[in-house]
Design a binder for this molecule. Structure first.
Ligand code: NDP
Length: 331
């Protein structure tokens, strides 16, 4: 039997956490034959609720779940973890300035960087979900210099999956027959969902999405804004932000990273830019990646037209601004 993998979920008593931990315990993140030990962290005011989640995990009698640590102690939570999913964060409340939210979150991520550095397994893979996800991940990277930068990522897989979903609805095909959309940039409304390289499997073979959708107007405007604003649409409908889809895509992100992407398929991940596609180094930016043997690599050589270039640069510019705001909050 395989040794259990230790998976940390921060903010585990929150709504994404509540959807995410049972998925991990069922094998949706690491596969149906991989035992797990869940480490759940939350803050003191949420301690009782967190304990309730632990009770439910016990009651669900998950065969793969070999242990549960529920704690408000960061060091204990991070101890020997192999995977860290960072969902905990300060939500933006009415009347708060962007800078106030940023300031709260970057100090949280600075502190958690040190805890991960000290206590996590040396090869720990980190996924940041809490917003501003790219910038929180960047701060985590900067303040955890001993964690390899390739191990620190942020979630844009939900946006990627939303784009697949919109194409599949539009064409009335199964979502699993659509692939290779790309989310470029920031997990914010400036993200650029790009379908120029996406394909659909049809009864007469693989076709490009542009060829089948025909309506360029829809692809160049409504499709993009629908994906960019899907989070707000969910809040309007549910009176709560997206949780099950965020949790599910966090599992997708880690599963593909650890177990690999299928041949011929890429996914979107926020990763530390190496300058690919002219995106400045020093930002955590969402790129198309393939994964093999536990490592991602950015898909190279895709043709970028002028329309895409402008949108890719605009979202990079926003990330550079967020980065300076984050640093001004820390000083
Ligand atoms: P959620 O579980 O709904 O969301 C958690 C974080 O994920 C938020 O930052 C949220 O950003 C972000 N997020 C990223 N992508 C998405 C997405 N697609 N849809 C929805 N959210 C997304 O928040 P809760 O308030 O229910 O839970 C947060 C938990 O964190 C609580 O249990 C709280 O106690 C804990 N917490 C921990 C702190 C710490 O570690 N020091 C500090 C404060 C809270 P957005 O706000 O933009 O929706």
């Amino acid at each position: 039997a395989k040794n259990p993998v230790r998976v940390l979920v921060t903010g585990a008593a929150g709504q994404i956490g509540y959807a995410l931990v049972p998925m991990i315990a069922r094998g949706a993140m690491l596969g149906p034959d991989q035992p797990v030990i869940l480490h759940m962290l939350d803050i003191e005011p949420a301690a009782e609720a967190l304990n309730g989640v632990k009770m439910e995990l016990i009651d669900a009698a998950f065969p793969l779940l070999k242990g549960v640590v529920a704690t408000t102690d960061v060091a204990e939570a991070c101890k020997d973890v192999n995977i860290a999913v960072m969902v905990g964060g300060f939500p933006r409340k009415e009347g708060m300035e962007r800078k106030d939210v940023m300031s709260k979150n970057v100090s949280i991520y600075k502190a958690q960087a040190s805890a991960l550095e000290k206590h996590a397994a040396p090869d720990c893979k980190v996924l940041v979900v809490a917003n501003p996800a790219n910038t929180n991940a960047l701060i985590l990277k900067e303040f955890a210099p001993s964690i390899p930068e390739k191990n620190i990522t942020c979630l844009t897989r939900l946006d990627h999956n939303r784009a697949l979903g919109q194409i599949s609805e539009r064409l009335n095909v199964h979502v699993s027959d659509v692939k290779n959309v790309i989310i470029w940039g920031n997990h914010s409304s400036t993200q650029y969902p790009d379908v120029n390289h996406a394909t659909v499997t049809t009864s007469s073979g693989e076709k490009s999405v542009r060829e089948i959708v025909i309506d360029d107007n829809w692809l160049n405007s409504e499709f993009i804004t629908t994906v960019q604003q899907r989070g707000a649409a969910i809040i309007k409908a549910r009176k709560l932000s997206s949780a099950l889809s965020a949790a599910s895509s966090a599992c997708d992100h880690i599963r593909n990273w650890v177990l690999g992407t299928p041949k011929g398929t890429w996914v979107s991940m926020g990763v530390y830019s190496d300058g690919s596609y002219g995106i400045q180094e020093g930002l955590i930016y969402s790129f198309p990646v393939t994964c093999e043997k536990g490592e991602w690599s950015i898909v190279q050589g895709l043709k970028i037209d002028e329309f895409s270039r402008a949108k890719m640069d605009a979202t990079a510019k926003e990330l550079a601004e967020e980065k300076s705001l984050a640093y001004s909050c820390l000083n």
